[in-house]
Design a protein around this ligand. Structure first.
Ligand SMILES: Nc1nc2c(ncn2[C@@H]2O[C@H](COP(=O)(O)OP(=O)(O)OP(=O)(O)O)[C@@H](O)[C@H]2O)c(=O)[nH]1
Ligand SMILES: [Mg+2]
Length: 305
């Protein structure tokens, strides 16, 4: 593909808008119209605290990824932006529109708001990823704000996970506590122009290297700053290397099965929360086990319709 035709871009745009607002039942209906997912598109996730510089990093890395994917389907960027702009970060799409790559024909960019207030993911991010892939891109770069449980769904749904950290933000300690440090394949100490970057990088290196078993991928820790092309090139190579390592070491059937596990799980969690929004009285049963049983019964009836 040399660039997505304008009409195709519009169709994809509409599909993403529809999916981002879809109920679980609607998501499943759309899904039934698409082919089963494959591993043809590489998924690269970027996660990290609000304001860590993820959007800036992605917009700059995209140029390198595009060069590598030229004539092979292009690159799509999907940004899940927090609904509340408290972080000082900017909307990914806006940032990229200011950038040199904005008019690249092989690049597709879309920002979507995260709907639930308590996690940084759009509720249906896994559906959105699959929809984008249906358009034949060779890579998807996904930005999410990393917090809590949702992180695990992303970990198991992307090929390469990049964790973006800031110097001296206490991120390393935080990440260690929440177990997130074991999740990523590549660590970026971003804003390396700020003081403390070297110290943070060696702290993270210490933690990451201790926790890696033999024969496993050794996650690199890369310092990047807006002013330094060097960091970006190193990151670009690390992503390429990890994607290659992944495809040599994984079992495709197992990977797709794990993705399905998290996808089904996220659909069920969403479905339960839709149900409780529409029928809050289900929580009024005298005891918790009864409320639980009522909810399961209602779900079972609902799936037979
Ligand atoms: N000093 C410095 N500032 C940076 C660098 N990269 C990004 N920033 C600034 O950090 C702020 C947040 O950048 P974003 O790229 O929007 O961060 P984000 O992680 O995408 O933010 P959210 O999407 O809100 O979570 C902006 O003011 C950027 O200009 C860098 O390398 N050095
Ligand atoms: Mg952002």
């Amino acid at each position: 593909m040399s660039g997505l035709a304008p009409r195709t871009r519009r169709a994809l745009g509409r599909e993403l808008t529809r999916l981002s607002q879809a109920s679980v039942t609607e998501s499943l209906t759309y899904r039934a119209q698409r082919p089963e997912p494959s591993l043809d598109t590489s998924r690269i996730g970027f996660t990290g605290a609000p304001g860590a510089g993820k959007s800036t990093l992605i917009s700059r890395l995209a140029k390198y990824r595009l060069a590598a994917c030229r004539d092979q389907g292009g690159v799509a960027i999907l940004g899940i932006d927090p609904t509340s702009p408290l972080s000082g970060g900017s909307i990914l799409g806006d940032r990229i529109r200011m950038d040199a790559i904005a008019n690249e024909p092989d690049l597709y960019i879309r920002s979507l708001a995260s709907r639930s207030s308590n996690d940084g993911l759009a509720d249906n991010v896994l559906d959105l990823l699959e929809a984008v892939e249906g358009y034949g891109f060779s890579e998807v770069l996904l930005e999410t704000v990393g917090v809590g449980q949702a992180e695990h769904a992303i970990r198991h749904s992307v090929d390469t996970l990049v964790m973006v950290l800031q110097p001296n933000a206490g991120d390393a300690v935080q990440a260690m506590k929440s177990g997130i440090l074991e999740l990523a394949d590549i660590y970026v100490i971003n804003k390396a122009d700020l003081p403390g970057a070297k110290k943070s990088a060696s702290e993270i290196r210490g933690i990451v290297q201790r926790s890696q078993p033999q024969g496993a991928w050794h996650p690199p820790v890369i310092e990047v700053s807006q002013a330094e092309e060097k960091g970006l090139m190193a990151l670009d190579s690390a992503v390429t290397e990890h994607l290659a390592w992944q495809s040599d070491h994984r079992n495709a059937g197992e990977t797709l099965r794990r993705r399905r596990h998290y996808h089904v799980q996220s659909l069920i969690v969403r479905r339960v929360s839709e149900l409780l929004d529409h029928h809050p009285q289900l929580l009024d049963a005298p005891t918790l086990p009864e409320a639980y049983a009522d909810i399961l019964r209602t779900l079972a009836l609902d799936s037979r319709q």
